[in-house]
Write a protein that binds this ligand. Structure first.
Ligand code: UDP
Ligand code: UDP
Length: 477
């Protein structure tokens, strides 16, 4: 595409993990489709191969419109920070502590910026940088509007507590009633690290970020009217917290052409698609817990038994490590040869990174057992696939409630957090059957798919918002 000299120029600052990168690059593509110039500031080195592959694909698809800038972060000694042994949390912390290195990068850009869009994990650390810039700053929020309302509201709740420095474990109480938000948030749905005794970095981050959200010019969120209209309106009307910047529901973000993997690099996807092609419409259960949640070893056997017992064909992605580069073990060694052969009689099990949106978009797939990562939820909704949510941690119970309220899926609430207990195979089979043969769910999922397509199609809410912003930025240039 020819980019006019005076094109709007948007910079994106990403963080880590496909759950952040996928929606960020999809949002960048929306701006690209509207003729904008995009600069991607990428913290390097990335944690996973999946991330670096995706970035390369976007840059080579838009060679004249996208500039990639490496943001070389200063490595931290993992023993000096409390990041729960998680390489993604270590990366977030490393990026946060390297943010001061961004000023020279930003001032060396050849054309001035119309706007900068920053990953949610940088809400507070980026402020000293953006305050010195002459363009508006926006947050790219990677979860649901329900989660955003929690982030915005908990600091207000803390401030209303008479104790000098109330701890989340006290001010959360049995449930949080967020003004304007349907259904209270039970204590059991709050991300577990938030309630831990003592003070940890996650608590500090949530409290600080909730207060600092107001200092940015807007928030982009991958949600839309039919899915979370009430929550988006409550946030925008000042019901949740007064003084928040506009919250732009630009979802559900579309999968883009640049995400397509080249023929020679498809790996397991080639035969997965062939296998799906041979299955009847809506007959396959797809199981995946996201890009960074390893399947717990103690749950693997029952998961296999549940899938075998449920009576449907299945495609099961088992992640043995959090980071793809470290994946070395053989699935058969983990499952055992007997169970592995039983699994293979009924379905397919892989440990590779798959093209999830391709799988969800395949007509054979009728149900998705997911951890409830917000991208997985919205990708499934876009394809009208029934959902069974099994939250494993973080914001996933908030997302599960959104799915349940919108009646496009079920939440196995009795399983609690996936990390708390081993769920038996027979219970897994029962819940899968309930999801797969659930006609009301299928009807509702079909309606939501239509609404989703309208929202992100020509003349839909996403396009209206983006056009309005581009106009505003041009006017203020
Ligand atoms: N994903 C994928 N293939 C995989 C695993 C994950 O394409 O094998 C993608 C998925 O489509 C989604 C993202 O990675 O866009 C995961 O984000 P989500 O918010 O669902 O969960 P997270 O992994 O961040 O917990
Ligand atoms: N978290 C943390 N430290 C960080 C960032 C996140 O402990 O620096 C944890 C915390 O457990 C929280 C979860 O991360 O519950 C939410 O972030 P996550 O990266 O899982 O979000 P997602 O990738 O799913 O958007």
């Amino acid at each position: 595409m020819h980019v006019p000299e005076a094109a709007v120029h948007v910079a994106f600052l990403t963080s880590a993990g496909m759950g952040h990168l996928n929606p960020c690059l999809r949002l960048a593509s929306v701006f690209l489709r509207h003729g904008c110039k995009v600069t991607l500031i990428i913290p390097k080195p990335t944690v996973t191969l999946a991330e670096s592959n995706l970035i390369s694909r976007l840059c080579s698809s838009f060679p004249h419109q996208v500039t990639q800038i490496d943001f070389n972060i200063t490595p931290l000694d993992p023993t000096t920070v409390n990041t729960a042994n998680d390489p993604f949390f270590l990366q977030y912390e490393t990026i946060r502590r390297s943010v001061h290195l961004l000023s020279p990068i930003l001032s060396s850009l050849s054309t001035s910026l119309s706007a900068i869009i920053v990953d949610v994990f940088l809400i507070s650390p980026i402020l000293p940088i953006v305050e010195k810039m002459f363009c508006p700053s926006y947050i790219h929020f990677t979860s649901s509007a329900r989660m955003l309302s929690f982030l915005a509201y908990v600091s207000v709740l803390a401030d209303s507590d008479p104790a000098a420095q109330p701890h989340p474990s006290t001010f959360v109480g049995d449930a949080i009633h967020i003004p304007g938000i349907t259904l209270p948030i039970p204590r059991s749905s709050v991300p577990p690290p938030f309630l831990l005794e003592g003070v940890n970095s996650f608590q500090r981050m949530i409290m600080e970020d909730g207060r600092n959200l107001k200092k940015h010019d807007g928030v982009f969120i991958n949600s839309f009217e039919e899915l979370e209209g009430d929550a988006i309106a409550a946030l925008n009307e000042g019901k949740v917290v007064r003084g928040l910047p506009p919250v732009y529901g630009i979802g559900p973000l579309m999968t883009c052409e640049f995400e397509n993997v080249d023929e020679g690099e498809k790996g397991c996807m080639s035969w997965i698609v062939e296998w799906l092609n041979e299955r009847a419409e809506g007959s396959v259960v797809y199981v995946s817990l996201g890009n960074r949640t390893e399947t717990r070893r103690e749950q693997i056997k029952d998961m296999a038994l549940g899938l075998i017992e449920c009576g449907y064909s299945f495609l099961w992605v088992v992640k043995l490590t959090r980071v793809d580069r470290e994946e070395k073990e053989d699935l058969e060694d983990v499952l055992g040869s007997e169970l592995m052969s039983k699994v293979r009689e009924k379905g397919v099990v892989v440990k590779e990174f798959v093209e999830q949106t391709k799988i969800l978009g395949h007509p054979a797939v009728g149900g998705f057992v997911t951890h409830g990562g917000w991208n997985s939820v919205t990708e499934s909704i876009r394809e009208g696939v029934n959902i069974l949510i099994w939250p494993q941690g973080a914001d996933q119970k908030f997302n599960a409630e959104v799915v349940r309220m919108s009646r496009v899926g079920i939440w196995a609430e009795e399983w609690s957090w996936g990390t708390q207990k081993v769920v038996e195979g027979k219970d897994i089979a029962k819940r899968i059957k309930e999801m797969m043969c659930n006609e009301p769910l299928r009807v509702k999922a079909g309606e939501m798919k239509e609404a989703a397509r309208k929202a992100c199609g020509i003349g839909g809410s996403c396009e209206l918002i983006i056009k309005r912003l581009i106009k505003e930025w041009k006017r203020n240039a």
